[in-house]
Design a protein around this ligand. Sequence first.
Ligand code: A2P
Length: 262
Amino acid sequence: MAEGSKIISPDVQTVTKVTHYSDGLFAFRMTRPQSLRFRSGEFVMIGLPGDNGKPILRAYSIASPSWDEELEFYSIIVPDGPLTSRLQHIKEGDQIILRPKPVGTLVLDALTPAKRVYFFATGTGFAPFASLLRDPETYERFEEVIITHTCREVAELTYGRQLLEDLANDPLIGEFAHQVKYYPTTTREESAKMGRITALIESGQMFTDLGLPPLDPAVDRAMVCGNLAFNLDIKALLEKAGLREGANSDPAEFVIEKAFVD
Ligand code: A2P
């Protein structure tokens, strides 16, 4: 794309805000096409034009809730990543390609009704939960919402921690903030709570810390988003506790999606 030129396509949106966090993590907001309807927790394809003019597109969970008039995304920077090595340089006013066809399994409709929902995230797997945590429907469906976020280092928790802190003052969600329990852990840097969430579940420590009973398919539901190995390990723990995997077409007790990387 020539300097200063604009891409002419109905799929092009404009960046409205970029926030960089440490360790190659950043969030950005962009305009939302009026026609785009999505369910909180879904993902879309976004990208930039490549050198040959062909778009480089990747799946990104929408981190903003469905009622927000803009779209928010949360991304890691992979130094040699075809998209994120470019995306890291975006700034307000820049253009981004958006394919407005939202899909995904991490939607409230894929879970049967229950008292409690656990959101288990690692790294940028927090993104779909950033959407769901800001959606009033989450709190209408579940009395208690537990968000666990495991990262290697403390700085990687910043985006999630700020979002949780802001929740109480959110004009739309503030009244539900007391329903949320936040459980951040780190694995490679000292913090208040250390360890992989899988180990903390297996030892029972997470339940002790949160003052909650062990997982029970009668009252607990779960959504999982992280790297592949993490997803498989959590899935095994959930199934051991008697929870079954659900889908849009066949709601059940938990759903899983891989966190997207470049
Ligand atoms: P660890 O540091 O012990 O590998 P990554 O950046 O590799 O995606 O990992 C993000 C976080 O998820 C890290 O804290 C990492 O812990 C943790 N993690 C990675 N794989 C698993 C797994 N199979 N089960 C539980 N936690 C995991």
